[in-house]
Design a protein around this ligand. Sequence first.
Ligand SMILES: [Zn+2]
Length: 338
Amino acid sequence: MTEKLDNIKNAALASVAEASTTAQLAAIRVKYLGKSGEISLIMRDMANVPKEERPALGKLVNEAKGEVETALESKFAALEEEEKSARLKAEAIDITLPVTPANGGLHPLTLVRRQLIDIFAGMGFSVAEGPEIESDLYNFQLLNIPKDHPSRDMQDTFYVNDNFVLRTQTSAMQARIMTKTQPPIRVVIPGKVYRSDDDASHSPIFNQFEGLAVDEHITMGDLQGCLTTFAKKIFSEDTKIRLRPSYFPFTEPSVEVDVTCSMCHGKGCRVCKGTGWVEILGAGIVNPAVLEMCGIDSKKYSGFAFGFGIDRIAMIKYGIPNIKLLYENDMRFLAQFN
Ligand SMILES: [Zn+2]
């Protein structure tokens, strides 16, 4: 019996020494120490052993059990450590791998808007912003565009309801400012506007930039000087402007303003259709009726106003052929401005 126990113990210790995984060790534990394991079975055979030999044999069995148990435990700890480091090695992420960082950049419309604000701030203008859902009162009526006025047809308006529209022009803010502030006023208003219009040069949503100056003795000469400075700074120092008579309900007289083409510098090219000039904005002397409606004394004060599309300035400045490119968020296009 003692010999049998020795053999089993030695076999168990040998297989523990040979085991190379924790799973194998678990199987060895079951085989020798489990309920029906070989060492446990010897305990059961104890009944066949003479009574006086039982305590000594029992002690030997327990010692053998303890020896195998200790061997299993230390081997288990060693294998577990090995398996863990093998797993860490396999799952390791090489954080030293060089990557090309993808830096963000500003959208061309943001670049142009910021540059515009800088230019006009340099001429003493402050910046105002207003609501994109605007009342009929500010968007139309106070700008001399009463209900049924034919020029409402010029602006294909998105109506929210009978009294509110998605603002068709940042000029709506002119009325808001003039009804709340007395001159001198010098303000520019950048912002989104909406028209139901959709083709290569029109988008249903676009960015306008509005300017308003109201003070004593403001004339068309002030408007011309202000816009000349703006054109030279946003395009190039050799840029010239010209004014052509036009019509807007809220200015009188009204003008369309052209600049010399920044692509050909006035010589004539495809962009300016050979004329050397590109139309960029509408402007004029604030209609005295508008001043009066907004509570400003039109005998004492006069003013000029202008408005243009930031999109249009960006298109001319960067030679962008289609306004849609500014709104599609195509990274191949946008990355060129970083
Ligand atoms: Zn040209």
